[in-house]
Design a protein around this ligand. Structure first.
Ligand SMILES: [Zn+2]
Length: 164
């Protein structure tokens, strides 16, 4: 029966024979001298180390306690790391206390004194929202009545769906 515990210094998972409980060993990972925990985690309460010591096999073996250290072999080496991993900060921040909104930018509304400011206006808005808050950007087309010619003309724009 092995004692499985984590090195208090480097958090490396270690497995040691239960005979080594309470003794000091050198962590194979960080070389720090650490103390093996006294209570083997997976052992049932009615299976104390005393009964093991009473058996002839472990008594003879006790004279030459072999405290071999080994890193447990797992089928899925990354499993423990994945469990420990915290969600990325971005995922926590994203959407926190924010609502999904839309914002329409019409090209025709971005003409100032004959200058086309569409890209400037769109760029400014997108940077204000921030890339992580943008859910989608859609192109739109719309028609409007041109006052000068009294005709319906087509124009384009952007519909931004974002969190804000
Ligand atoms: Zn260590």
């Amino acid at each position: 029966m092995d004692i499985v515990f984590n090195c208090p210094n480097c958090d490396q998972e270690l497995a040691v024979d239960s005979a080594g409980a309470g003794t000091s060993i050198e962590c194979p990972s960080c070389r720090e001298t650490i103390t093996i925990p006294g209570t083997p985690a997976p052992v049932a309460p009615d299976a104390p180390a005393l009964s093991l010591a009473a058996s002839p096999i472990s008594t003879s073996a006790a004279a030459k306690i072999e405290r071999h250290l080994k890193v447990p072999v797992r089928d899925t080496p990354g499993e423990r790391l994945i469990v420990k991993a915290k969600p990325p900060l971005e995922a926590v921040v994203r959407g926190a206390g924010k609502q999904v909104r839309t914002h329409t930018i019409k090209h025709g509304a971005c003409i100032e004194a004959g200058h086309d400011k569409f890209d400037e206006v769109a760029t400014k808005f997108l940077n204000e929202v921030g890339e992580t808050n943008i859910i989608g950007i859609h192109t739109i087309s719309y028609s409007f009545l041109d006052i000068g010619t009294q005709k319906l003309l087509n124009d384009y724009g952007l519909l931004v769906v974002y969190r804000g």
